[in-house]
Design a protein around this ligand. Sequence first.
Ligand code: WQD
Length: 351
Amino acid sequence: MNILVTGGAGYIGSHICIELIQTGHEIIIVDNFSNSDMEVINRLEAITKKKIIFLPIDICNQEEFEKVFQNYSIDSVIHLAGSKSVLESLNDPIKYYLQNLVCTIQLVSLMNKYKVHQLVFSSSATVYGTPEQCPIPETATLKTENPYGTTKLAVEKFLYEFAQSNHSFSIVLLRYFNPIGAHESGMIGEDPFTIPNNLMPYITQVATGKLPFLDIYGNDYSTLDGTGIRDYIHVVDLAKGHVKALESLKEKYGWRVFNLGTGEGYSVLQVVKTFEYVSGIPIPYLISDRRKGDVAISYADATKAKQQLNWAAEKTLEDMCRDAWRWQRNNPNGYKVGNIREGQLVYLTDL
Ligand code: WQD
């Protein structure tokens, strides 16, 4: 099938594109490169040995974006384009409501106009807010505590109501827990433009020496070692979950939602220790104050995706740490030039 992947040059999007191509789909990437790099396209072509159709378009530029639907035959859309920083959303809610909500509504309007009736939407476990229970089922209470999470919840509700009004659509929402790791090639991975907010890219930049030490945000939570617990899922497992969701669209109409997590929680210290074990590199850290907006514990009830999508995460925390490190070790400056000799990809052997 011909799949339009918005945000396909991003960390998660690029991994999804590889899985789509390797399962025989044709892809069209639309990305404004606000949080990704053109180099990703080169890497995707090197990994898949296929020419990639990519269009440097902002999905919020409706006139430009509509041309994609006019010029290409599209069967389904996987919609990842949007902003995803909780911290930034607190400072700039307008940007987040415009990009994540208004532009998604415009996307669905174009899909409706051009009779593209299959959609996989990138949602987030953030819609659960501070969970009342763990593991968290899809039926848990939804409540958000920041503009980023609220825009994700608003899109979920919009898509639900739209699906009620238009029975020809098949829509699946995937609530991501904490994607980390990288493709086994070490050629693509997480490359934040600024100092990382998220745990794993921060750890890998400490490991390369780019950052001096890790701040662990609080060790006074009611957890096994006092540090926050999350459901870390390998980004390749997450990508495979999207392929399964896509393939389910032709079987069922209407609106469906699934958690994409492992169903297991690990603490910050467990992640640090696992990373040190697989990389052989000590990660110095300081215990600092809790981070505003953090929840103590969050991990998924992943049974619904197993039962209905026949998908479950397979990779371990060691796999996630090993693959994240291979990416960062090979690309200490991310996708920026200077990692490698021009035109020659040189990869360190595995540990
Ligand atoms: C994980 C754990 C921190 C950094 C975020 C977004 C969420 C989703 C996934 C989009 C927590 C601790 C972190 C650091 C630390 N993104 N930590 N030192 O906050 O669970 O979720 O990313 O959908 O919306 O909120 O992920 O990686 O930031 O934090 O101690 O330098 O690591 O306190 O316990 P989080 P994270």
